[in-house]
Design a protein around this ligand. Sequence first.
Ligand code: UN1
Length: 505
Amino acid sequence: MTIDVKTETAALLDKLGVDRAAWSTGDMVSHSPVTGEEIARVKTVSAAEAGKAIEAAHEAFKAWRLVPAPKRGELVRLLGEELRAAKADLGRLVSIEAGKIISEGLGEVQEMIDICDFAVGLSRQLYGLTIATERPGHRMMETWHPLGVVGIISAFNFPVAVWSWNAALALVCGNPVVWKPSEKTPLTALACQAVLDRALARFSDAPKKLSQLLIGDRAIGEVLVDHKKVALVSATGSTRMGREVGPRLAKRFARSILELGGNNAGIVCPSADLDMALRAIAFGAMGTAGQRCTTLRRLFVHENIYDQLVPRLKKAYASVSVGNPLETNALIGPLIDKAAFDNMQKALLAARDEGGSVTGGERVAAASRDTAYYVQPAIVEMPKQAGPVLEETFAPILYVMKYSDFDQVLEEHNAVAAGLSSSIFTLNMQEAERFLSADGSDCGIANVNIGTSGAEIGGAFGGEKETGGGRESGSDAWRAYMRRATNTVNYSKALPLAQGVSFDI
Ligand code: UN1
């Protein structure tokens, strides 16, 4: 049976409650990477409309910040309920629009449900400290207040989860959200907005325009970044994008959460459980067709086990199923577009120039049309870490290198510009603990006997160096979405000054 992707997209959008006017006659052409065909024409907003949306969000802020946080949590609880009901349809739409295999499309929606649950609990835990003061009859404390309009810029590869990490937290923290999704994935964004609208319809205390979607190109992202009434922009995407967005926000002293590129590595030590490592490496490097910011891209294998592990890995690479995620059970779906394919081929050529030996990487004819780009994942044995190994290529390429000395491999591990995720495979606790220590992995995520990708929402997500330094999702990432006030209250009858200063008038 051949599925008509365009017809199915329309049916899913109808089921998810997205207004046809938003995606049938607009000026932004939307494609599915599954076949490369056009699936919708999405309406975009002008810069002036974007500006108005932000002004309206600011008005919503004035009311939303006064709604008690646990009540704001109730809205996010309803969002979680609506997402549970929409999971199958939204997950499938993610597969159509981003090319993920079905279980990963569903997994992404599960990630949204998880962050909603987290945020609901958080809505009763926006704690401030009470701090000892040096003055008698005084009390010092800190209070966390809503921050203002939160702008969200998201990428194609996690078209819905990244929005939810930011939106769920921003909403319980008392902030409206204005979202500019990737131009490659506007349909899933429309669907998210429709799901949230259903939650809002069941909730009586929300001001109008609490959540808005701005579909448009880069110029719309710029409106969000430059608008004085946007207090925080959380931007996920390339380091190149972050290099533009970061300084512009800094210039007007706005906050930023930057979640940029990764060039994630794993180290396989002599004591590693190789069966476990093999599976973790396979998912980390080939899963999502290598299009996660957490994808495993560099692998350092100890020389004593290299000849045991690498042939097995190559076998896994040669036999992995690549195919249409809507019609087959393949583990690897398509690349997002031709540009991604071209970049992959360029990187493989550059790797060969550096002495790399490439297995895989060829285009696979998995769709009926030649407008889709499926590839056999590539594994590249490199004599050393050089050339394309030092950069992130958003495609399934795993560079494998041999190591002999632990100190040296730690240095090489950290010798790239990005610092997002990292893994060590070892049963030796000295190696494991060293990897997690101050002179171990320099990444925001450091794992033991787990791959680099697939983080749970409970931890703070993000990385160092050119990854941008931002943290989203769990732990205390919520603090970036609020402003902290330090309050000192004098309940005595005197006015002692701090630091023993006297100023008697
Ligand atoms: C991303 O690729 O932008 O850890 C996010 C992971 C997912 C999130 C990835 N939970 O792989």
